[in-house]
Design a protein around this ligand. Sequence first.
Ligand code: SF4
Length: 304
Amino acid sequence: MSRMEKGRCHCGAEGAVFLAYSCKHLCESHFIRMFDKRFRKTVRMNSMLRRKERVAVGLSGGKDSTVLLHSLAELQKDLPFELVAITIDEGIEGYRARTMKPAKIACENLGIEQHIFSFRELCGKTLDELVKKSKDNIPCSQCGVFRRYALNKAARELKADKLALGHNLDDMAQTVLMNIMRCEPSRLARLNEPLTKNSKLVPRIRPLMMTPEREIAIYAMMKGMPIERVECPYARFAFRGQVRKMLNESEERYPGTKFKVVGSFLEIEDALRSKYAKGAAIAECTSCGEPSSRDVCMFCKLKS
Ligand code: SF4
């Protein structure tokens, strides 16, 4: 039987989703159950959350962060902790405005406070304006630096104990390979750092890091979540796009590739950390005072 053919779930119902990496067909209800179970296991195994903590979710309005918000809200029924959402408006015409709407709806539906911060407030310019001015940087490099800076600052101002990000298995596998291809082992060592040594850096958690992107899209659709399917106009310039294509092709031919890339990283992360990041206390930028591993942080460099 071809793996694309319809099969049956172990309960006997018609399969709704085929998981090639485990060669399993699941009906809708067993797929949702498996998804929720894996989410909770990732949170638990990595000790991501504690009772009574205040968690800020980076909510873009895309499928990953929307599913993350819903899954955390569901988890709140069993584990008492606080949730707030942070949405960053980079100022990308025709893109961000469309994803802001579903982000707002998701927060309203779940009764979660949403705080919106923009690049314009942060540095006086939108990403579109920054891109027009800059000749050396591809948009995603600037956007990534500014967004990380904005999210951390906002989470700290909101007194969050943790910053939850919607990074999925595909994102993680791409980041691991990108760091290897760029020969940046010290950045790789910091990818999944559990706790920070700087009180200004809010610890980041990634509860969807073991969930494939495709399954997040299917879950969001099955749960009828309000999601806008629109791609950032700058995405085509990103190196990440090339790595994504390569990984997707490998996954198609050799199912389970993405799990293996992330699994290999998790196996060696302690060794990487002890060689490249051990004791590397994060200092503060001499210009803005935000956490930075350099004298002047990348945000201040790019801004100037
Ligand atoms: Fe920013 Fe690049 Fe993502 Fe667009 S694709 S939102 S420019 S990081």
